[in-house]
Design a protein around this ligand. Sequence first.
Ligand code: ZN
Length: 311
Amino acid sequence: MSGRFAPSPTGELHLGNLRTALLAWLAARSTGRDFLVRMEDLDLVTSSPVHERQQLADLAAIGLDHDGEVVRQSERFDLYRAHIERLEHDGRVYRCYCTRREIRDEIDAAVSAPHGLPDGAYPGTCRDLTPDERTEREAEGRSPAIRLRTEGEWIDFDDRVLGHQRGRVDDVVLARADGVPAYNLAVVVDDELQGVDQVVRGDDLASSTPRQILLQQLLGFERPEYQHVPLVLGPTGRRLAKRDGAVSVSELAAEGWTTHDLVAVLARSVGLASSSEPSSTITAERLVDRYDPALLPTGPSTYAELQAFRG
Ligand SMILES: [Zn+2]
């Protein structure tokens, strides 16, 4: 039984990532699970070993240890492709030759999105191409993406933070036109093969969960428990990012924050510690017994709120 934290090594972790990591670690440790770290470095252009080392150091700095070796998605493409082949064998994939622009134009031209599908869902243009139509597109030099062939499935799941959730699955991309496996497929394969039965992550990913559950079902995998935790937003209301100021461990340290301050602020912002408890007494380890996903806030925090919690 394992929980996990799965960052993309594309920069330093910021307060929002660190809070998600803390909560994932607390969820695992408070239930006797191993805690795994997986690098979601499918994007070989933006990912780097330098950022990976920095992120692991940041986790260690706030007292989050992990079990086993760090797994990198960039080293597992063959595994992902083998699972796409299983879906293909079952008739659950098709090749899509559309460009982003063509998809956008088609969505814009439609009167309304099909009921229940997420915004921007693929309109199904290439679902039923004839062999001649496929040949024609390949003769134009187009390489296809591979999409899941859905059948209007609705997925229900109970989130330990958000409660009951329901969504319809679209024909999500499983492998991009350049051959790189897609996030939703990779995550499902990794969680199964790594024995992850508890998924704690930012609630911006809750809308992708029905896709991942359907993939689990089609591949015969167990469904993990889900806890989608609130994000930290920057001043413009979008998720916190580097441009929003001092947000990383090193930047905050340069402004005089100790790692105790950091853990204390993260804990206070989700109700795991009170402002009257001195920061110097708050560590990740001491929060383990307090963790209960049902008591977490379901709305986002702002960077300004977090700074105010420093006291
Ligand atoms: Zn298409």
